[in-house]
Every structure is written in C-alpha cells, then in structure tokens.
Design a binder for this molecule. Structure first.
Ligand code: LLP
Length: 422
C-alpha cells in the first residue's frame, strides 16, 4: 500500500498535486512519499515487535539524505555497501550502532572508518576480507564484530542480474567452506564473531527460496555451535519483492511469521536488510511528453526522462507502470500503444514498451515504483543533468535534491592549459 492515489481527477502524492510539483520543480522529477516509506518500514518492525530484531534498510535502493533522516528518526538501521553510504547515514543523523556493512570489496580505509564510528557488524564475504579486517582492527587496538555472509546456493528464481545466492554469483562464502571460515575467524585476534548472514537475491515473489536459505543457515548454526562458537544474530538480508505489475509478493508479516516460528527459542536476534520493499512504491518519476511520432506504424512517445534517469527498464527489461497524472485526456490526444522513450541516443533508451495510453504532447506521466533503484542508479550520460528529488510529507513538499546544472557537471573537469592542448 502506498500514498499515491487519484483525487480530484489527478494522481496525488499524499496531499500534494503531482501536476503542481512538476510545474514548480520541473521534470523529470522524482517524488517520494514520506508516509509510504514509514509505513513500509513499520510493516517490518510491527511484525517483529515481539521478537528481538534490527531492521537495516538496504539503503542502496534510495540513499537520499532526507529519506535516510526520516527512516533513522523512525528507528531504522542501515545496510551499507561503501564508506560513501556510511557517510550518508552519519550525515542524516543515523545511528552507526545500527549499521551492517555488506559488500565483496571493502577497502582497508573503509573498514577503519566503520570501526572508528563503531558499526554493528561487518558482513564478511571472503576469507581474504576476514584476514584484512582482523589486521586493520588489531592495528587500531579493536576487534571487529563479524558475521560471515554465506552463499547458500539457493535459486532465488529472479532476474539473473539481481540473483545473488547461487554458486556462480560473486557474493558470500560457499556454504561448504563456511565452517572452516568460522574456525579461522575464531582464531583471529581482530575478529569478534557475532552472527551469520545471507542475501539470496532481490524482487523475490515467493517465500520458498527465502525459507530454504534459512534452513541452510540453521543447519550451519548447529555445526558452528559444535565448534563452541555461539552466534548473537542471524541476518537474512533483503529481497522481498513488490508489485510492479501483477506480481503478488508476500507481505513482510507473512514472511516474518514463518521466520519467527523457525527462530523461536534460538536466542538469535533477527537482522533484516530490506531495500526495495521499503522504497520502490514510495516513489514515482514524473516525466513530460515532449512529442509523439510514428515510424512504420509504430507509435513513440518521446518524453523528457530517459535511461540515464531510470535505467531499470533498459538494464533488466524491468516493467514499471506508466500512467497519465491527469485522469481526463487532453482534448485531441492520441490513443495508441506507445513505446515510451527518452532523448538518449541508444535504442535501449526506453521507460516502457507497448503501453496503451491516450496522450498528447505536454502531458505529464508518472512512472510508478520508482522509489527504489531509480535516482540512485542515474547518470549524466549524454551530459544530461540529473533529476531533482522531492519528498512529500502530507501537504508539504520538500526539495531534497535540487536539479543539477551544467556548471555542476563541469565543475570536476579541467581544460588542458593552452600549451598542452596545442
Ligand atoms: N542486502 C544486500 C547484501 C543486497 O545486496 C541487497 C540488494 C539488499 C540487501 C536489498 O535487497 P532488496 O530488499 O532491495 O531486494 N538494482 C537492482 C536491484 C539490485 C539489488 C542488489 N542488492 C534493481 O533495480 O532491480
């Protein structure tokens, strides 16, 4: 459930008119609903109110500082994958003690910073990382809290680019190696073993693979206990899907009821890293129709948003709903099946294909479910300024990232001195 609804003949974000926001801030524009973010976070924390837990929002989905600030104020922790993300958490007033650090390529400098601010746990993804982390922590006179990210070799049944728990994926430590790695971790001076972790993929619409991964972890936990190592927590990652089209992903409470039943009596705190299920349907991308054209009987709506703003359709063939913001069609509008395309010079530059729409130049469209993996994956390709972001709170709209300017884009580049250029 989200807070983007039709009212008075137009699509609203909470109590704000999207048409007004587009006039005020221009397009393409990302608009987020604070109430939706908080509602989705609460879906997790409410379901776990009777079980020790830490929800660490997978902030790679949407890391706007104001979004993080709102989630942090509501008690959220954060799953980070870089020092940059850690700096965002700190800048947004997040609590470092509620941060888990995932990722296959943590650098020693990043480890040092995370140890300095005292994060909750490092999710270690390789034996090499474990050795480096122990060294870095020892040099600082500290011990690093660690959980080993296990790759359980479970098929998440999702797009290959967002599947992470298969033996061919780069993530985690093979299930069969895990025990040996725990043994090694127990010997290392700079390591404090705290938990076990997995994340098998994203946009999962079925609980079977998630529960299969949990079973594999529970088996391992028993073997680990056999080594005399007691774990404090189990981290099941993120992964719950959202309804982009007609998918019917399970509600977090359905998933967590099963998880709690399996964990009852284990004494393990439950850590989760949901990203998409918190952010995706908390945002839309507004884009304006620039012109309509027809080539060999095929209809195109050329809009001002493009693959550089929202790359999911191009990169994963992802389907995101595209709807006119105003319910009543503009007089003289064309009814057809359109490919909704951007101005970028690539055939792969589309936001949606074959969409039945009644539209005219100048109309405003909303690409739904754009709150996750939208702005964060945007680029300056074709020297396009990145879009602005607005966070709506009731009838208040806050510009939480202004639109880039060409000067912003050029600011980091330098021309050659005249002598070098000749
Ligand atoms: N934890 C870890 C270690 C992850 O790698 C991810 C996502 C998450 C948590 C959050 O997963 P979620 O709850 O969002 O499924 N750009 C792709 C999605 C990539 C997901 C990468 N990892 C997309 O647009 O579909």
């Amino acid at each position: 459930m989200d807070h983007f609804n039709q009212a008075g003949g137009q699509l609203m974000a909470e109590d704000c008119s999207l048409a007004d926001l587009a006039e005020r801030f221009g397009t393409p524009l990302f608009v987020y609903s604070k109430a939706t973010f908080l509602r989705h976070l609460a879906a997790y924390s409410d379901a776990l109110s009777d079980y020790p837990h830490l929800v660490c929002y997978g902030m790679k989905a949407n890391s706007n500082l104001a979004v993080l600030q709102a989630l942090a104020a509501a008690g959220s922790g954060f799953d980070i994958v870089s020092q940059g993300e850690l700096e965002r958490v700190l800048a947004a007033g997040g609590d470092p003690q509620k941060v888990v650090f995932s990722g296959v390529g943590k650098q020693p400098g990043e480890m040092r910073r995370a140890l300095d601010v005292g994060i909750y746990c490092f999710n270690v993804e390789s034996e090499a990382e474990l050795e480096t982390l122990s060294q870095v922590a020892s040099d600082m006179g500290k011990t690093a809290p660690v959980s080993i990210r296990v790759n359980p070799d479970v098929d998440a049944g999702t797009h290959p680019y967002i599947s992470t728990g298969l033996r061919d994926n780069k993530f985690g430590i093979a299930h069969q190696r895990a025990l040996a790695v725990y043994q090694r971790a127990a010997e290392l001076p700079g390591i404090h073993i705290s938990g076990i972790d997995c994340h098998i993929g994203s946009q999962l619409t079925d609980l079977t693979p998630l529960m299969a991964a949990l079973e594999k972890l529970l088996e391992l936990i028993e073997s680990i206990a056999g080594l005399g190592i007691q774990l404090d927590h189990i981290d099941l990652g993120g992964g719950l899907g959202v309804p982009y089209q007609d998918e019917q992903p399970p509600h977090p409470s359905e998933y967590l009821t099963l998880v709690k039943a399996r964990l009852a009596g284990s004494g393990l705190k439950l850590v989760l890293e949901p990203g998409r299920s918190i952010a995706a349907n908390a945002g839309v991308m507004l884009t304006r129709v620039n012109l309509l054209k027809e080539n060999h009987g095929k209809h195109f709506a050329v809009v001002d948003g493009a693959m550089n703003d929202l790359i999911r359709p191009s990169l994963y063939s992802a389907w995101q709903r595209i709807v006119p913001v105003m319910q009543a069609p503009t007089p003289g509008a064309t009814h057809a099946r359109f490919d909704v395309v951007g101005p970028v010079c690539e055939s792969g530059d589309f936001l949606g294909k074959d969409r039945e729409l009644t539209i005219a130049p100048g109309d405003l469209l909303a690409v739904r479910s754009a709150g996750a993996y939208g702005f964060v994956m945007s680029s300056n390709y074709n020297t396009r300024n990145r879009a602005a972001e607005v966070l709506v709170d009731g009838d208040q709209a806050h510009l939480v990232r202004r639109r880039e300017t060409y000067a912003d884009q050029f600011a980091l580049e330098s021309l050659l001195e005249p002598t070098d250029a000749s």
